[in-house]
Design a protein around this ligand. Sequence first.
Ligand SMILES: *Cc1c(COP(=O)(O)O)cnc(C)c1O
Length: 499
Amino acid sequence: MDGDHYIRAQERILRAYSPKQFKLDAQTVFEAIATFLMTSQLSEGSVLNWQSMHANMGRASKLLNENSGIDELINVTLKRGQTIHDPRYMGHQVPPPIPITALFEAVSSILNQGMTVYEMGPWSSAVERVMIKELGEQLGLKEGFGGILTSGGSLANLTALLAARNTLDKDVWSKGVTSLQKRAVILSHGESHYSIERAAGILGIGTENNLKTKLDNHSKMDPIALEYQIKQLKKAGQPIIAVVASACSTRTGVFDPIKDIAAVCKQHGIWLHVDAAHGGSVAFSEKYCYLLEGIDLANSIVWDAHKMMFMPALSTYLFYRNSQDQYQSLNQNATYLFDAKGSETLANDTGLGTIECTKRAAALSLWGVWAIYGKQLFGDLVDMTFYMAKRFSELIEKHPDFDLLNQPESNIILFRYLPPEVRYLTERKQGEFQKKVRKCLIESGESYIVPAIDNNISALRMVIMNPLTTERHFNILIQALQKYSKQFIEELAGNALIS
Ligand SMILES: *Cc1c(COP(=O)(O)O)cnc(C)c1O
């Protein structure tokens, strides 16, 4: 009986590990993916296939329990999601990955390199080092810089601020946050990504001590106000762990004047962290690389390859101007640090500077795309998406039914759709209208944009993340907005929206 069990178990295991079956399944799946790419690029389906959580869970449970075949499982998965490859997708900062990355990711999955120590992924560790070197040089970092590859901008921001905190206060790592110098603060861009505030909470600095810096009237960090704030804090005896600049900011997509901020930080001996999760990739664009001027002066920099380098999630590069700083974040004691510096084996272990232990070989796709298409492609993707954002802003600036709320410096546009009937309303009601129209729009699957707040009033936000988006797709969006606003305008006639 026991013997029987193992025989059947072995049969089931061999079936799951069969290379022959894998070959058949791979053909089915890659065929389905290619068809999906084609129909998505032609906008043949919905952008977002809107279903309630309940309906989706029902379908997923049913498929789970009825012994489904791979074609059905893959097809439902391709169809039920957010179709980022459809050029009508103009929503959050998630790109359609360059298709060939799917093949490198498949290889990465099957090899499953653990990465923490060099011998658990010698080739992928080397590829990672090469990409850190190339990207760091692209940012203009000088000899002696270092970097790690980690799982997401949020984790990278946390890691960098951990290094900054441990540099300021050497004891807190071992003695706990009670030893953290009293009232130590972070000074971050007034609209920094929420992961910065979270990091302040996680690191025991306290979210209330993540102080927002003053912004100028282009929503950029104001270096003069920053210096004033630093002087006041110093006078009050409050140590500053780091200044966090944005390149670019999440909501409005503007780049802080890094060079001027770096000069202030240098003068006052403060760690400068630049959150370039979204905008780091402009380093590849001849036209836009000026936006990062001075980034080589930062102590640490975060750059998401899964945003404007069009890689699949997650793949984030964290750079330190001084490579030894990476050991500040997680190394427990000085002897270990000394060993890491002195021993070739330890220095090659990528896990020394990352919060993760096991980690994906996330550099392979970038390495592959760069090798096959050349690095010019990354500049092209930035130029094209930034250009189309500019085009859209020009289109709606002239249009009587739109209010453009920012002059885009990147691929992020803020606006409100305000047809004549809505312009009579109070600002708050105009804001409510943006939310209602967007809900109808995204549930229709005809276009996809995201909500935003501007001046405390609801607005709409668009990020051109698909390099295939053109004016044709803008017109589809505008027509859909017109169509879905009709029903609210009819409601308005019945005074339903008027305060
Ligand atoms: C996207 C983003 C983050 C968060 O990165 P994840 O990879 O999503 O964790 C942080 N900061 C900025 C400026 C971003 O654009």
